[in-house]
Design a protein around this ligand. Structure first.
Ligand code: NCD
Length: 306
């Protein structure tokens, strides 16, 4: 039985296979409409979510399966003090696969160690968010045609943004990847990622503070929200929250085929005037998230569709 805790849980070959499956699902959805009939997905969300939870649920429903779960810690027995280990042992009796989001780093991993069903990390604190990374990879692959030979700008809250951490881990396995890390000093990528991931694998990167200085060289601009819920005090958040605002004037500095990605939700970091720019790919990205989660559910449940 396999779980998904980090994007590195899949080899590059396995990821290729999963992305191919997701593309086939996109093209031939009816082939997969009954693939998970009789199977149940549990969504155990101890933190707020719109896209991740609903795209998981849509994915399972598109496969002909059913869904059950909770969308906040308050509405689960966590509010009575139950541990994730006990919760997952019980959920294992009710469902075939579980997607779990938790504010504590490592909680889905702890759950997976006690689980009788595959557990998917749907975001653990400021640590990892592997299914967003699968979504990001499918978006880049579908719209650019390849995952190597890219200069990727990661902009915003690179300290607490788990989507950025997972994406860096995943992308360094492809050839000729370069990063431009765009953040204020206080929200830089954590040292453990710079040293243990980027430096260790000799991945070229630079750190800049001004988005304008990076725009012209980017193939992908990955914008992120300042993660209010991970700040220790509100004043720091208020000081940081509007540090970056991508608008038409900044887009004018970018290549004609640069793509703007964002895991969403956006707050102010992308002005709505950018939404109509053909390079804005963040809503298409949310759609890819359904196909890739369908492919993931099929893979972890070992369901073959002929
Ligand atoms: C992201 C998350 O939860 O980390 N959202 C998502 O899953 N699409 C990004 C965010 O909340 O800023």
């Amino acid at each position: 039985m396999r779980h998904l805790m980090s994007p590195l849980d899949f080899s590059v070959e396995e990821l290729d296979k999963l992305l191919k499956l997701a593309c086939d699902i996109e093209k031939n959805p009816s082939r997969y409409a009954n693939a998970c009939q009789g199977k149940k997905l549990a969504t155990c969300f101890y933190e707020p979510s719109t896209r991740t939870r609903l795209s998981f649920e849509a994915a399972m429903l598109n496969l002909g399966g059913s869904v059950l779960g909770f969308s906040s810690a308050d509405s689960s027995s966590a509010s009575k003090g139950e541990s994730v280990s006990d919760t997952i042992r019980v959920i294992s009796c009710y469902a075939d696969i579980c997607a779990m989001r938790h504010p504590k780093e490592g909680a889905p991993l702890v759950a997976s160690q006690r689980s009788a069903i595959p557990v998917i990390n749907a975001g653990d604190g400021g640590h990892q968010h592997p299914t967003q990374t699968l979504t990001d990879l499918m978006t880049i692959h579908s719209l650019k045609g390849h995952l190597g030979d890219l200069t990727i700008g990661l902009c915003g809250d690179l300290k607490f943004g788990r989507t950025v951490h997972s994406l860096i881990h995943a992308l360094i396995r492809y050839p000729n990847i370069r990063f431009v890390l765009i953040s204020p000093e206080e929200l830089r990528v954590p040292g453990y990622i710079r040293e243990d991931v980027l430096d260790k694998h000799n991945v070229p990167y630079e750190e800049v503070e001004r988005l304008e200085d990076a725009m012209a060289k980017l193939d992908i601009l990955y914008m992120t929200r300042v993660q209010r819920e991970r700040f220790f005090n509100e004043e720091d958040y208020v000081r940081m929250k509007d540090f970056y605002i991508l608008d038409k004037s900044k887009m004018a500095l970018a290549k004609e085929d640069m793509l703007v990605l964002h895991p969403l939700p956006r707050v102010n970091e992308i002005s709505v005037e950018v939404d109509d720019d053909p390079r804005a790919a963040y809503f298409r990205q949310a759609q890819y998230g359904v196909y890739v989660r369908m492919a993931l559910i099929l893979t972890l449940l070992e369901v073959e569709v002929c």
